[in-house]
Design a protein around this ligand. Structure first.
Ligand SMILES: *[C@@H]1O[C@H](CO)[C@@H](O)[C@H](O)[C@H]1NC(C)=O
Ligand SMILES: *[C@@H]1O[C@H](CO)[C@@H](O)[C@H](O)[C@H]1NC(C)=O
Ligand SMILES: *[C@@H]1O[C@H](CO)[C@@H](O)[C@H](O)[C@H]1NC(C)=O
Ligand SMILES: *[C@@H]1O[C@H](CO)[C@@H](O)[C@H](O)[C@H]1NC(C)=O
Ligand SMILES: *[C@@H]1O[C@H](CO)[C@@H](O)[C@H](O)[C@H]1NC(C)=O
Ligand SMILES: *[C@@H]1O[C@H](CO)[C@@H](O)[C@H](O)[C@H]1NC(C)=O
Ligand SMILES: *[C@@H]1O[C@H](CO)[C@@H](O)[C@H](O)[C@H]1NC(C)=O
Ligand SMILES: *[C@@H]1O[C@H](CO)[C@@H](O)[C@H](O)[C@H]1NC(C)=O
Length: 427
């Protein structure tokens, strides 16, 4: 989610007490050390919503009834304790709760749950987001190829930024904002199946998008700035990339800095258009499960509809744009999750036998910056690819000069390695 947070969360934890009885009649099977029920629910599509408005837009629709069964599994958000599914189990929905930690823990709980078989499931992240006026506009529907965790960096307050720096964000392990990070955590960049993304775009493009007169008026203000020409156009369906950050950043300078981060970290191919708080976390959980063949990472789709601009039009202040201006994008962005998203879900269901059951082959690299699922990322440093790097060497590399916390981590890794060696364990 990104957008208005003045939201009444209608769900209560009371629903959590409605536990499904554990039935000893459905035996467990062990698969890669995760015990799965032998006939678990095998959804064709799981819709991933982040908060109540994004979720509720799918309820009471004509196409399918997501409230046909509710399944309680351990590890979900206390606000959203159940997975919702159609009676047939073909389509399900989880609500992660907002931000990276909620997304990672909720999706991990789902992918490891014995109640579900997700080996052929399409994961459809469908939420709202902030939008870059250079690439899109309010109520537009975006589909990402890259998800970038842009705030995974050092950060200075603006008053402490060296005079020759263009931003207070500096990637880990380097000393200038425009360098490729050297200390990689693994969640910085995720690449998705481009062929599947393009099919989703073609399905969504058959929808008539919703709009509001308030957003038409706010959008028109961007026409005065040539770089923002597309922001003044009506909403559309487009392919462009999503930034993930727990910090709800706003404003011209930070937005431009993260535009740069997206471009640099994807080695020039990522185009930042949407900003949200969860996608990399969700993708990380799907990817880890894919490593154990519990999910198929090439079946993940990230759709974000634009609820607000990340930076103001000419004549409006940064703080006005963030907190006080009536941008009018929230209602149509929520509506368009359903209008565009339902075309994607029904497209997958209708083409299941002919196309989607067997999967869509990715023409591009899919996965993370570590190459966890194999292959060769078209971004990142080859030394960080799991296939290439020597894990034992990393622990004994000469001490890092500079950052104290990283230095301490290095020292403690060395100490652990020495202790292991003393016990005769090979390191
Ligand atoms: C499963 O657990 C067993 C025993 O703990 C272990 O030997 C095996 O390597 C594990 N398999 C996987 C795929 O993790
Ligand atoms: C599932 O939960 C929703 C509320 O979260 C409720 O409206 C619906 O009736 C429940 N469905 C069933 C089958 O109990
Ligand atoms: C998040 O995922 C996107 C797309 O999958 C990727 O492009 C991006 O680099 C990731 N960012 C972070 C910081 O993990
Ligand atoms: C800024 O100036 C410092 C000191 O003069 C220099 O070491 C550094 O490389 C410069 N950084 C950038 C991003 O220009
Ligand atoms: C957008 O949706 C709202 C609420 O359903 C509706 O009142 C309005 O007429 C729709 N506008 C357009 C342009 O579709
Ligand atoms: C983004 O990158 C461009 C081109 O390298 C540079 O001119 C600009 O100052 C950068 N912006 C920020 C905010 O770092
Ligand atoms: C996952 O499937 C692949 C291809 O069938 C197989 O090579 C690999 O060993 C499997 N991994 C696990 C952890 O079962
Ligand atoms: C991506 O760019 C970085 C920094 O320029 C470079 O070190 C790295 O080798 C590039 N990765 C690939 C896969 O081209």
């Amino acid at each position: 989610m990104r957008g208005f947070s003045l939201v009444n969360l209608a769900f209560t934890a009371a629903a959590a007490t409605n536990l499904l009885p554990f039935s000893a009649a459905t035996p467990l099977v062990t698969r890669n050390n995760v015990s799965k029920r032998s006939s678990p629910i095998a959804p064709k599509v799981v819709i991933i919503s982040m908060f109540e408005p994004e979720a509720a837009v799918w309820w009471g629709i004509d196409e399918f009834d997501l409230l046909g069964q509710n399944i309680t599994i351990p590890g979900l958000s206390p606000l959203f304790p159940e997975v919702h599914c159609t009676a047939s189990g073909e389509v399900c929905q989880i609500i992660t709760g907002e931000s990276e930690i909620n997304a990672a823990t909720t999706v991990s709980a789902l992918v490891l749950s014995p109640e579900f078989d997700l080996t052929k499931t399409y994961f459809f992240v469908a939420g709202i987001a902030g939008v870059n006026p250079k690439v899109g506009t309010l109520a537009s529907v975006t589909f990402a190829k890259y998800a970038v965790q842009v705030a995974l960096q050092y950060e200075f307050d603006m008053r402490d930024i060296p005079s020759n720096f263009t931003t207070g964000y500096i990637p880990f392990g380097v000393d200038s904002p425009d360098l490729y990070p050297q200390n990689i955590y693994g969640t910085e960049v995720f690449e998705l199946n481009e062929a599947l993304r393009d099919i989703a775009i073609s399905f969504a493009s058959t929808a008539t998008l919703n709009d509001s007169t308030t957003s038409q008026a706010y959008r028109a203000l961007y026409a005065q700035e040539a770089a923002y020409a597309v922001a003044a156009q009506p909403p559309s369906v487009l392919g462009c990339d999503v930034a993930t950050s727990d910090v709800y950043y706003s404003g011209t300078h930070l937005s431009e800095a993260f535009e740069n981060t997206t471009r640099i970290w994807t080695n020039g191919s990522g185009v930042y258009c949407a900003t949200a708080e969860e996608d990399n976390a969700t993708l990380e959980a799907i990817l880890r499960a894919a490593k154990m063949n519990l999910t198929d990472y090439s079946r993940a789709i990230v759709m974000r509809t634009a609820s607000d601009f990340d930076r103001p039009p000419p004549g409006i202040s940064e703080i006005q744009n963030l907190l006080y201006a009536h941008q009018g994008g929230f209602p149509p962005a929520i509506r368009n999750i359903y209008l565009a998203g339902v075309k994607v879900v029904t497209g997958i269901l209708e083409g299941w036998e002919s196309t989607f059951e067997k999967g869509i082959k990715a023409p591009n690299y899919v996965g993370d910056i570590f190459a966890t699922l194999g292959g060769e990322p078209d971004y990142g440093q080859p030394a960080d690819f799991i296939t290439k790097r020597d894990l034992s060497l990393r622990a004994t590399k000469p001490a890092f000069q500079g950052n104290l916390r990283m230095k301490r981590a290095m020292v403690s890794a060395k100490r652990r390695a020495a202790a292991a060696r003393a016990l005769g364990i090979e390191v």
